[in-house]
Design a protein around this ligand. Structure first.
Ligand code: BDR
Ligand code: CA
Length: 305
């Protein structure tokens, strides 16, 4: 059983990551932290609570950072809609609400209480982790591992060079990448290969269950937004980080040293890598077994209400 903390900016593909973690018996979700990113914090928190309530998961949910460390906030409404989760309509929640404790403090507390036992899945800007490491530098080395969606070593998706999560808080990404924490990185080069086809979506639409219905509604908006932008089929970035923790052998990786450009200018937020051995490196995902990934999505949704 893998203990995980998810740090999300719920968004349409973040929602899939949450369903995956919620529906697979391999995981115990110790906490979910909502951070500002795809949209503002109030909306990402609301979206996170709604997805977890749909999935019937009673894990604690916390508020993370409401803005990046240094830069002005940027958002990704083009892909996720005005609410950040356009598509599904949720009934009023019965049990899920945000905890009083601050998300960064909760992360520090949980990691220190269970040293080397908690894997963190970070699929939004890295602000919360950067703030936690700043506040208590020991925490970086006490996480079992941190699986991050972010960066690109080819083209960006928000600027020519930068991927959204690293562009949304380059200073935080730089701090986390150089923290000494055990990191696994899923850059766009890997995640943009995994897309949802209309045929697969139609197959999900024939199935029953409220989680599957919300998943389909999210994926219908996600598909429409990609089509509107002429970007092909929607890309399944964030859930790949959760899938990795189920079976790392299904992901081809290489050790690299990763740097983030924090100089204001055209390459702000760009990631570059240099090959290295495992010493001080980041494990970068290159390829994932795509049919296997979809079997996990099938299994998790089948397990959920
Ligand atoms: C990343 O940016 C966000 O819009 C997605 O949720 C994903 O985490 C992809 O670049
Ligand atoms: Ca995200």
């Amino acid at each position: 059983m893998e203990r995980i903390i998810l740090d999300v900016d719920t968004g349409l593909d973040d929602a899939v990551a949450l369903f995956l973690a919620a529906g697979l018996q391999e995981f115990t979700i110790e906490a979910v932290i909502a951070t500002a990113g795809n949209v503002g914090l109030e909306k990402t928190l609301e979206n996170t609570l709604n997805i977890l309530e749909t999935a019937g998961i009673r894990c604690p949910v916390y508020k993370g950072a409401d803005k990046p460390l240094v830069r002005k906030p940027v958002q990704a409404g083009d892909f996720h809609g005005k609410s950040g989760l356009d598509g599904p309509v949720f009934a009023p929640r019965k049990f899920q609400r945000a905890q009083e404790e601050d998300g960064i403090d909760a992360l520090i507390r949980l990691v220190k209480a269970m040293p080397h036992q908690i894997s963190i899945v970070s699929v939004g800007p890295l602000t919360d982790l950067a703030l936690a490491f700043r506040k208590d530098p020991a925490v970086a080395l006490l996480c079992k591992q941190i699986v991050v969606m972010g960066g690109s070593f080819s083209q960006g998706n928000v600027t020519e060079h930068a991927e959204f999560n690293t562009f949304a808080d380059p200073e935080a990404a730089s701090l986390v990448f150089s923290s000494g924490a055990k990191l696994v990185l899923f850059p766009l080069d890997c995640t943009r290969r995994v897309t949802l086809s209309p045929a697969r979506l139609a197959d999900f639409q024939r199935r029953k269950g409220r989680s599957t219905a919300v998943f389909c509604s999210c994926m219908e908006s996600y598909t429409a937004n990609y089509t509107k932008r002429g970007q092909g089929q929607p890309q399944m970035h964030d859930p790949l980080c959760v899938a990795y923790l189920v079976d790392p052998s299904k992901v081809e990786t290489e050790y690299c040293r990763v740097e983030v450009d924090t100089n204001p200018g055209q390459t702000y937020g760009k990631t570059t890598k240099t090959s290295t051995n495992s010493d001080g490196g980041v494990l970068v995902a290159k390829n994932i077994d795509i049919p296997w990934f979809w079997t996990l999505v099938d299994r998790s949704l089948a397990n959920l209400p």
